[in-house]
Ligand binder design. Sequence first.
Ligand code: BGC
Length: 931
Amino acid sequence: MTPDSLTYLRCEYLVDPLGIDEPRPRLSWVQQSSRRGAAQTAYRVVVASSADRLAAGEADLWDSGRVASDQSTHVEYDGAPLTSRAACHWQVTLWDERGEPLTSPPAMWTMGLMESSDWQADWVTHDPQIVARDPGAQPPTATQPGTPALFRKSFDAPDGVVRATLYVTARGLVEPRLNGAVVTPDCFVPEWTDYHKRLHYRTYDVTRHVRAGENALAATLGDGWWSGYIGWQETRGQYGTLENSLLMQLEVELADGRTIVVPTDGSWSCTTGPIIASDFMMGETYDARRERTGWDQPGYDATDWLPVVEVPPATVRTPRFGFSNNAPADSGEPLPLVAQRSEPVRVVERLAPVSVTTVTPGVHVYDFGQNFSGWVELSAAGPAGTRLVLRHGERLNPDGTLYTENLRRADATDAYTLRGGGAETLRPHFTFHGFQYLEITGIDEPLPLADVRGCVVMSATPPAGEFECSHPLVNRLWKNALWGQKGNFLTVPTDCPQRDERLGWMGDAQVFMRSATYNMDVAAFFTKWMNDVTDSQDADGLFPDVAPRIDEGDNFVGLDGLGGGAGWADAGVIVPWTLWRVYGDRRIVQRHWDAMVRWLDWLERVNPESIRENHLNNNYGDWLCIPADTTFRTHSEMKTLLATAYWADDAAKMAAMARALGRADEADRFDAMFTKVRAAFGKRWLEDEGRLAVETQTAYLLALAFNLLPEADRAAAASRLVELIAAEDWHLSTGFIGIKHLNPELTLAGHADVAGRLLTNEDYPSWLYPVVHGATTIWERWNGWTADDGFFNPQMNSFNHYSLGSVAEWLYRHVAGIELDDASAGFKQFVVKPYPTDNLQHAGATYRSVHGEIESRWRIEDAQFKLRVRVPANTTARVFCPCPSDGAVTEGGQPAAEAEGVQLVGFADGYAELAVRPGLYEFAAPFGQYA
Ligand code: BGC
């Protein structure tokens, strides 16, 4: 037996975060024990202002005292008010079910700059002269990225530095450096938010980089979302300017109590550097001959640099979108600077190419064996001036050349000019691409595979789950969904990483979100994104279709624009609801409650008949279903049904959240709204015997999933759904929206066999069709490429779009069987209920919940269903083991009812129900011909 431990101490979902700005941060920990029944009965949190104080038992910030409670997540700090820069060192002790104490190792967080007056720095930009005087540099224009500037400032520090902290943000993207060191592995700082409403800053501990004597603080400033291309926009500068600017503040605390502050201000200097141009969509051009050795070091001669220019701070703006807000407006209020609250974007993995082929002389194509987001880092040597051009693509043409048509206007091209004189390591700084294949030109012979490294870049959300089963193609499908997530969770949940789009499409995000929560811990990621969603809500209450919402230009004049789309805008309710259900997070619901109510108010206001038929705006419907009923901005009965179904479900979710928060009146209001919309739905579309007037797979799925049918009609409706599937020769015909519900609803309605059949179909259209044709991610469309027709129209054909991968959710929830319990949030109590299907002999998953790691793994062996279940300490599970009602379920070889930690509740619907306490269990029950 391994000894018990207390691990994974987190503050606001993050391990040892620096510079947070929650005045009452929430703390969580995980109790680990292999003992059956291990549970927490009480806890005590102590928080001290230094590590020494904590070690000495001096909890000068907070001592919760012993609290009799099994709560181990979201414990709100309740000590002395936390001021800017406060260091908080903490530890937790719990008492287990035997009364034994268990103490964690120490953890920490620091507070950021909570008040705007904490910022002494001025916003600075470069003097345009540095570009004008440099023949190799280029100024920014509406269609051309400008040459990124270098900034520096030297300062003196005495001996006795106890702590040095760098606060940094930019309008643009910044790579900060101190004394020659890159201070952080974070990429793309500050991340994308709705820059009309808020800007993130980052906090870095740079104590180890400061030295006595002269120091140099420096930065490179690129374009990114602020001034570069975003979405499919024809011009750059969507936030009203092409100018980037920088705000940094270094605070050096000395042993004698003094603090030296080095803020950006007019005393800084700037010049151009080796990056000629950089843009997310277009790529980066880098000339290593222009590198300035030592530019970020003390002692550097910067006499030819020019002074920076101070610029006014950014202001809160209302952008041009929606029919109600068509005129952009500037409030004049300073843009709030807020701490970044989610995992930064980082290089999380490096991939070696699996092959290189010289397709025509001088054109070398590398295959990474995996479609991913990021860039390539090269080691190369050659004469000065040698120019290597790197193009990126997801697929190859039949002749082996790179296929790039589907990137639309994204050039996705990086170019490096070698400095000469030895080996050089080259990588881009302010761009990323979505690709599996890389083409290098400019050298006669290909570089060796070992000198070409694929850097996988994403928001560094921690891995949470893994799925595995007896069907290798299904395993690859699960992996493809995981890679879809890796490729698209980059500061916001994007639709795709390769073409000129890469937007936070809300429909895609909401259908995939449950899958995402199983694959990775996305609590902080979605908490951050929900701010983008609410920031982009318009004055009427419409949630956007993409968040951050982008300036919509003239295309949308007179329309609601990118807002209010059914199944898209509804993510404004679905995201907080999911965060509450999966992570037990109530604060997210409280924070966005008013915004959600405004959205429901709007739906009700514009649809007095309780059918959601007005202002459907872009009206995407069941996007990319077969046959397509998704033409942009057209209307159909199916689309109205879909919209109404989502409205009803929004109302049901609102009622559930209101109830959980103790808002009884509002719960009643939304219950009533649900009942009314459900009745209108029934009146318009429900016919006899569970038939719907609109007969698509998705119509039935939504009616079942959102509880829109009378109980008595559900079974008939599910049978009709199966008939529709049979009529397609047992194939699916849903798009983005229906697909999330297809296998779960079939399974819950007693048709797991049909779900299993759909899962393992290999012919078009099916999940495995792309897999058997070499897909390593999820494709945007079922017919992205078909054997008959080749590539679909490149105007909209991404090979890395996660939406159709939302089946991953079903693999975890119903195949492995790890499911939320309706009665509990955050997996504090959960359900294990696998639904075995004929085509799988074994399946299982692990999932690291906020309460610890859950495991469910089954196999069929010796005419028995064998089920291994891990219930983490301090949780309980209701385990449903397939078993005939007259059969015997055992645990560890003995009758389950006698096993420690297990209580046999009963038999129903082919399952034995067991109430299970923490521990690892091996259940078995008769299966097959005996069942
Ligand atoms: C995106 C989607 C998105 C859709 C809206 C597409 O261009 O790539 O994934 O949801 O537009 O219908």
